[in-house]
Design a protein around this ligand. Structure first.
Ligand code: ADP
Length: 422
């Protein structure tokens, strides 16, 4: 840095005003020396040359100063462009990181957070993460350990971790070194994936179990009959074998319905939902009458919606059949209520009801509150999951209100859609 006094002198010396004044002064001095200067002619010329050189030097300094000013101006604008570019890159990276479904952290080598994207803040419900330790935010020592291992081993580290804070979740976590001393940490939530995997495993186990039981019964009875040519045994076992075979075919039929409901897109058409309900009521009335139950209907005489009629029949059959199976006295009421955009169908019974602890699970495949009773009534444990799938595939909702010994009400809400006839 130039001392202030010299800087002032330099500015004064190179100022255009001073250069002009001094140039004019030098010209006058050169003329004066030429006319009145030392006697001989060469001495005068030397004086004029010296003054002219000084003038050229002053002008040269000024030109250099000007070009330095131009360079400085250019550098300043380049710097401004770089800062602007940097800001733009930064906001692009922020927007990119915030749009990801993965929680992302940038930490220092001691696992203190320097940056957290939006998903990370939401995942751990942490208002501000910056400056806090990863442990304080995640409450998971294994995640912190992953960062430390990535630093020590200089290799990416990953693990499936269980998080308890703020709610129970499973995440696939990864930590890897970034350039410099930083460490990137990502957590991808796989709770739903693991839940679905468990359901699939349970499903396969359940199907095998459900099919093995009747098959074992059939085999044992057949073997007993084979051992002795006993007409009494045959008369006793053959009806049982037939009923177990029927049971097997009901299970496979329900599995096919469920799989079709899960994998095929719904083919909707104009469907009179009241016509569907009254037909199913008519079909099941003898079964209800055998138990001394009446089925009542309250609602419009016809109501068109956009739906798959065969699947609507399946829904009505499963819900009303259940209501009959799990009710020993009283009655069953079917109500249809019209809303501006939806239609609400409820199937209410005065039966045994469902204890509250079972309510969250009754829509799961093969889940039964009372296995023996379900089997006795020919149930497969798949009826409600079929109903749920069909209703959700139609964009609707299925819910239940029930309490033990107080009956149950299953409520289906379906979008009306845009039927061509209404
Ligand atoms: P299931 O073939 O056993 O009837 P579902 O999937 O239709 O299978 O129903 C699952 C379980 O929910 C049944 O086993 C039964 O315990 C209970 N459930 C269903 N509907 C009713 C109802 N209306 N009243 C009482 N319990 C019911």
């Amino acid at each position: 840095m130039m001392p202030e006094r010299f800087d002032f002198m330099r500015r004064l010396w190179t100022s255009p005003f001073l250069v002009a004044i001094s140039s004019a002064g030098l010209m006058i001095l050169a003329g004066f020396l030429f006319v009145f200067g030392p006697g001989n002619l060469s001495g005068r010329w030397i004086a004029v040359a010296a003054v002219s050189m000084a003038l050229v030097a002053a002008l040269r300094i000024r030109a250099l100063e000007r070009s330095a000013e131009t360079d400085q101006g250019r550098l300043t604008s380049q710097l401004a462009t770089l800062v602007e570019q940097n800001d733009r890159y930064r906001s692009t990276v922020d927007a990119l990181a915030d749009g990801l479904d993965v929680a992302l952290f940038v930490c220092d080598s001691k696992a203190n957070i320097e940056y957290a994207n939006r998903r990370a803040i939401a995942f751990f419900q942490a208002e501000s993460c910056r400056g806090k330790s990863l442990l304080a935010v995640s409450l998971n020592p294994e995640l912190e350990q992953l960062v430390k291992s990535a630093v020590i081993n200089e290799l990416p580290q990953s693990a499936e971790l269980s998080f308890r804070h703020p709610v129970e979740r499973i995440g696939q976590a990864k930590a890897w070194r970034a350039p410099g001393d930083q460490v990137f940490v990502s957590v991808y939530e796989i709770t739903e994936l693991r839940r679905l995997e468990r359901i699939r495993q349970d499903f396969v186990a359940n199907v095998s179990h459900e099919m093995r039981t009747p098959m074992t019964v059939i085999r044992n009875m057949a073997e007993t009959m084979l051992d002795g040519d006993d007409a009494v045994l045959r008369d006793k076992y053959l009806p049982k074998i037939i009923s177990e075979v029927d049971r097997l075919s009901t299970i496979s039929q329900d599995l096919l319905i469920l799989s079709a409901a899960e994998s095929n897109p719904v083919r909707k058409q104009d469907c009179d939902i009241v016509d569907v309900l009254t037909n199913v009521i008519w079909q099941l009335t003898p079964k209800a009458a055998d138990k001394g139950l009446k089925i009542g209907y309250r609602g419009p005489e016809a109501f068109m919606i956009e739906a798959n009629p065969a699947q609507m029949i399946q829904v009505a059959l499963n819900l009303i059949d259940n209501a009959i199976n799990y009710t020993s006295e009283g009655h069953i009421s079917i109500n249809v209520k019209e809303n501006p955009e939806t239609i609400e169908i409820s199937v209410q019974d005065t039966g045994m009801g469902i204890p509250s602890e079972h309510l969250p699970r009754i829509f799961e495949r093969f889940y039964r509150v009372d296995k023996a009773r379900s089997r006795a009534s020919g149930g497969t444990g798949l009826g409600l999951s079929i109903v749920k799938h069909i209703i959700e595939a139609h964009g609707g909702k299925l819910s239940v209100q029930s309490a033990q010994n107080e009956g149950s009400t299953f409520i289906v809400v379906l979008p009306i859609g845009h039927p061509s006839v209404s």
